[in-house]
Design a protein around this ligand. Sequence first.
Ligand code: AMP
Length: 172
Amino acid sequence: MEEIKQIIRDVPDFPKQGIVFKDITPLLGHPEMFGKVVDHLKGRFDGRKVDHVVGIEARGFIFAAPLAYALGAGCVIVRKPGKLPYKTFQQTYTLEYGTDSIEIHQDAIKPDSNVVLIDDVLATGGTMAAAAELVKGNFNANILEATFIIELEFLKGREKLGGLDLHSLIQY
Ligand code: AMP
């Protein structure tokens, strides 16, 4: 994990003043490390049946796809409004200023499925809380875990995700 931590790049004041952006592109571009991360995530579900891995736009997709493949699961995408072509369910959540929404296709998850949710960074937790609500509120599915590569503990995102099993690879 220390190796992974070393390779994540801090970009100060991106995308705006005061934010330290955790840039995962050096990890994605690393020939061995990216695979190691996916293998580690896969190992968490050894012996458990996973039907769908749900990736959250946009960097969640990058991990959802290889993890779904490794687990023999389907890959489901949760997107910003207006991006998914078919009928959708929508969930709105509050940001510091205003609101945002995410969507999922109405036929994306089969009843009684075991689902893993994944995103790159857990910050305030608002996005993942909305994604969990989107899945729980519209499908009779069982969320095994919400998984992140990075958790920004000082933002206390976990507090918004009370009922979920959470996992993060590295913490700041
Ligand atoms: P939140 O809803 O606050 O937990 O924000 C989560 C989303 O914002 C994730 O999809 C992240 O990709 C992105 N995000 C928030 N803060 C950062 C950060 N400091 N560095 C990189 N991505 C971030």
